[in-house]
Design a protein around this ligand. Structure first.
Ligand code: 6R9
Length: 647
């Protein structure tokens, strides 16, 4: 097995000839975008159907409050659904949906249109009007997408809350957004068992006087408590509606959705996205980054709709482009560890987009599992959510991509709405582990603490220096916090992303994790990502999480939590010494972890991000902080039980 890490990786993978010859986007796109950025985005906006064209592409007269496509009007749901039916594609499959227990549903564009219209009529009957906020707390079932589009159709603002979140997390979001309606289900399937959703809603809604109704989809048929007058079955209310619904057009800047990001300690931020610019950038990036061919491809973003990745690349981007998508309800290991590969084989998936955490889990389970399925339909892969370490990149490339599929490592955020840094499949020679270049029409830089742009081959902070169409418009109800959080560190024209980044000698950008996670060891700044990448570059390690814990002599000491690969025995001290030496050689002696602990699981958010703050609590032997955004809260107990007493 090879040993690789961010520090040593230098291989390049040129675009496959066949793909490059037919790619949606060629090398000229960068020059075209650079020549006139606003004209470039106006061209992309014409991919959509506007009811009224805009008067001005961008109004940036009051930074950081942007207005894109000023004066334009459109209906987002019409753009995602109706126009494809009108163009004769009503019979094309929009979603091949697969439930965790193996039940399936197929929704064509024509059927999706009927469902969205019925639901839009139902929302109107329930008194929901344009601008109202509707919470969606559902499992990964088609009603999640249908509800989002029904809101968009009538101009209501949706707020999807991940089905794994607790009643407290839901209650605080209902309150902050001022939701009038909650759409939920009796339950959903997770890890082979029905898991209830309605009790959390009852608890949360009981504390949210603004919520008038709860619309309940029947999924698991489990018993639910019922509040007469407030609670309504989806089948009753939506079932009796007409499939005709005349849509209205809304301003390009009409709010589309709010998505809460967890934030590390403080109250979650309600990130607000609007209509025209958002849809323009998600549609164009989905088409360009993934080389989407709507007549041929079967596209699968294997992520939750409750994560921004689901909003932009399960729902809005693919539908705007008339893609055929796969949507899957469950977890990768249910009922067996080959479940995802079985789905790729069954539906002939051509493009697969997922997170590095899943890839590392597959690595841990071993390459025999994907080898047992026919994955030859795949032609392109994507990665999102955290830096993908070169070792995982190479494994993904070889064992899932058959050595032939390019991997698009896409850096972006809830706040950016759509891809911001990524290679392009027909253009870029890929460098494993690096998100490489700003997307055409996007301006990004790596700067020092004072905001000065750094020369190649240096490390600093990632900033975005021009507004972009899918940018967040504010934090819901808190313009000041919007300015403070993102636009004050380097002035009102520069967006501070909160990520550390390195620009290499060839101008590729490498993401180094959240700035809050940077450690300071004896005055040296060391990124958690670099140490983690080095650890998983060792053949014994499947996953690693690194935190800085306060240390009386060095300021902070590096504490690592590692999960071993399936076939590796924990040899105690010997293994720890081997790994320390490995990191020392890779990065330098200063980066050697003070402590390395072998664990079975790591605490993660819905998008697979490691919650380092909880590991820091453990490393510093403190009470655990807020755990409401963990996907599985029992993980922390498992880790604590395994730990030796602190040294
Ligand atoms: C889309 C999404 C945003 C944060 C971001 C960064 C990390 C996402 C990444 C990546 C390195 C990539 N991140 N993609 N880091 N390489 N390709 O993940 O949104 O959940 O808001 O997280 O995720 O740290 O700042 P969100």
């Amino acid at each position: 097995m090879s040993e690789t890490s961010q520090a040593t990786e230098s291989r390049e993978f040129p675009p496959p000839d066949q793909l490059a010859a037919r790619a949606n986007v060629g090398p000229d796109v960068y020059d075209e975008a650079a020549a006139d950025r606003l004209a470039f985005w106006a061209t992309q906006a014409r991919r959509l159907t506007w009811t009224r064209e805009w008067d001005e592409v961008l109004d940036w007269s009051n930074p950081p409050f942007a207005k894109w496509f000023v004066g334009g009007t459109l209906n987002v749901a019409y753009n995602c659904v109706d126009r494809h039916v009108e163009d004769g594609h009503g019979d094309q499959v929009a979603y091949h949906w697969e439930g965790e227990p193996g039940d399936t549903r197929t929704l064509t564009y024509a059927q999706l249109k009927d469902e969205v219209c019925k639901t839009a009529n139902a929302l109107t009957e329930l008194g929901v009007t344009a601008g109202d906020r509707v919470a969606i707390y559902l499992p990964m079932i088609p009603e999640a997408v249908i509800s989002m589009l029904a809101c968009a159709r009538i101009g209501a603002v949706h707020m999807v809350v991940f089905g794994g979140f607790s009643a407290d997390a839901l209650a605080s979001r209902l309150d902050d957004a001022g939701a009038v309606l909650v759409i939920t289900a009796d339950g959903g399937y997770r890890r082979g068992a029905p898991s209830a959703l309605k009790p959390a809603v009852d608890d949360a809604v009981g504390r949210s006087p603004g919520v008038r109704n709860v619309l309940v989809v029947k999924r698991t048929e489990q018993d639910v408590e019922w509040a007469e007058g407030r609670d309504l079955w989806w089948d009753d209310v939506v079932g009796r509606q007409s499939t005709e619904h005349a849509y209205e057009s809304f301003d390009a800047e009409h709010p589309l959705y709010i998505m809460y990001t967890s934030g590390t300690t403080a109250k979650p931020k309600g990130i607000l996205h609007t209509s025209g610019g958002y849809l323009t950038q998600v549609a164009y990036t989905h088409w360009a980054t993934f080389d989407l061919k709507p007549d041929d491809d079967v596209f699968w973003t294997a992520a939750d709709v409750g994560w921004v990745t689901g909003h932009s690349y399960i729902v809005y981007g693919p539908l705007a482009n008339r893609a055929t998508s796969v949507m899957y309800e469950g977890t990768p290991e249910t009922p067996h560890r080959g479940r995802w590969f079985e789905l790729v084989q069954k539906y002939g998936v051509t493009i697969l987009y997922t997170a590095p955490t899943v890839i590392r889990t597959f690595m841990k389970w071993g390459e025999d599992i994907p080898a047992g399925f026919d994955l030859s339909s795949l032609r392109l892969l994507g990665s999102v959510g955290e830096p993908i370490n070169p070792e995982a990149w190479l494994w993904y490339h070889e064992h899932i991509g058959g050595g032939r599929c390019p991997i698009m490592d896409t850096w972006w955020q809830t706040e950016t709405g759509a891809h911001m840094l990524t290679p392009l499949p027909g253009v870029t020679s890929l460098v494993p582990g690096s998100a490489q270049h700003p997307f055409p029409g996007i301006s990004a830089k790596v700067v020092d603490d004072e905001g000065n742009e750094l020369a190649d081959d240096s490390t600093g902070l990632l900033v975005l220096t021009e507004p972009w169409p899918a940018m967040l418009r504010t934090i819901w109800g808190d313009d000041d916090r919007y300015v403070d959080t993102y636009w004050s560190r380097f002035g009102k024209n520069v967006y501070f992303a909160g990520d550390g980044a390195k620009k290499d000698a060839d101008g590729n950008i490498w993401l180094l994790g959240r700035v809050d996670d940077v450690m300071n060891v004896s005055g040296h700044r060391i990124s958690t990502t670099e140490v983690e990448s080095s650890l998983v570059g060792h053949p014994a390690v499947a996953e690693a999480a690194v935190v800085g814990a306060s240390d009386p002599t060095t300021g902070q000491g590096i504490v690592a939590f590692v999960i071993l690969r399936g076939n590796v025995e924990d040899s105690g001290d010997e293994l720890v010494q081997t790994l320390r030496t490995h990191v020392g050689k890779d990065i330098g002696p200063i980066a050697k972890p003070r402590q390395i602990m072998v664990v079975q699981e790591l605490p993660k958010t819905r998008s697979g991000k490691i919650m380092r703050r909880l590991l820091r609590d453990i490393a510093e032997d403190r009470e655990l902080g807020d755990v409401t955004t963990l996907t599985d809260s029992s993980v922390m107990n498992m880790i604590k039980d395994k730990l030796p007493a602190a040294p």
